[in-house]
Design a protein around this ligand. Structure first.
Ligand code: MLT
Ligand code: MN
Length: 305
């Protein structure tokens, strides 16, 4: 199984267009070793020919052009992308679908909740149902992932993680921002005995999540913020990581501590926010995550399992 990181930043990308926090400014100026990143998404293939994208970020068009494995091969219209799986309905996970509306067959997989939110929004009607088949899965169900031309040789199980309703829906039910089990999910993807976990958004560690990922060969995990009050300290926002549905890396209930005993082969932060100091390769925070065995995802990173 091959996994390619198409994008590794949180919503807004890195550096974010309107952000002048030190990480973003120095990345723009080139005064820090901090690679630019598009918004989080990965592509997975069992055979190197037919691929599934996990989420479709607003940068999907650029990502599809930057990765040769995703270029058209046969005929006048073609794409190796046979399916897309959504882990939430956040804009940074679904907006790329609008750049994939050119009558190209693929299967769009999501929970009923996430597909329901897309169905509510007429703009996604641009994905012609003659070409784009929407298929729902249940949490905990073992799925043989199908693409537009049959099985992809990949199995998938989706599971609920603590999260939040999409930003654009917060006004609908402000007392219940955590949303339902189907709003924010993690994925286990397998090809034969090779297996990994993709969890780009998660508000906290739970015993159920620990049991699910303990001993995993590879976990991509929510690396949005270094500290829970990062945006507050910078004076950018009143929102903490907890308010945004993101567990932070540092601190007593942070990711470094939570993962230390889970015996995971490779731990990779993804969905990293433009303010997060781990993006600077020479920062003490980057050294600290490395000391705990973590990598920080970069666009174009390839992993064979
Ligand atoms: C998030 O991950 O918190 C959201 O993508 C925020 C956003 O859409 O700006
Ligand atoms: Mn996001």
């Amino acid at each position: 199984m091959e996994v390619v990181v198409l994008g590794s930043a949180a919503g807004g990308g890195f550096p974010q267009w309107n952000c002048n926090a030190p990480t973003s400014r120095r990345a723009r100026e080139g005064s820090a070793r901090a690679k630019w990143r598009t918004q989080a998404s990965v592509a997975v293939s069992a055979d190197g020919k037919r691929w599934v994208m996990l989420n479709a970020s607003p940068d999907a068009r650029q990502q599809l052009l930057q990765n040769q494995c995703l270029w058209p091969r046969d005929g006048l219209r073609d794409s190796p992308v046979r399916a897309v799986v959504l882990t939430s309905a956040e804009i940074d996970h679904v907006a790329g679908l609008l750049s994939m509306r050119e009558s190209q067959p693929f299967v769009l997989w999501g929970t009923r909740r996430v597909l329901g939110l897309l169905a509510e929004n007429p703009i996604f009607g641009a994905l012609n149902p003659q070409y784009v088949q929407r298929r729902a899965f249940d949490l905990g169900e073992h799925i043989e992932l199908a693409g537009s031309d049959g099985s992809l040789g990949l199995a998938m199980t989706a599971f609920a993680v603590p999260g939040k309703v999409p930003l654009f829906l917060e006004g609908r039910d402000p007392q219940h921002l955590a949303g339902s089990a189907e709003d924010t999910i993690g994925l286990e993807i397998a090809a034969g005995s090779a297996k990994f976990h993709y969890i780009p958004g998660c508000a906290r560690m739970t015993p159920e999540l620990e049991d699910r990922i303990r001993g995993s060969a590879l976990v991509f995990f929510d690396g949005t913020l270094w500290s829970d009050d990062e945006l507050v300290q910078l004076g950018i926002s009143y929102k903490t990581g907890q308010r945004m549905g993101h567990m932070s890396i540092n601190g007593g209930s942070g990711t470094l501590t939570a993962f230390d005993q889970l015996d995971i082969g490779r731990k990779i932060f993804i969905h990293v926010n433009t303010t997060n100091p781990v993006l600077d390769e020479d920062s003490p925070e980057r050294a600290e995550v490395a000391a705990h065995g973590w990598e920080v995802a970069e666009d174009g990173m390839r992993i064979t399992l």
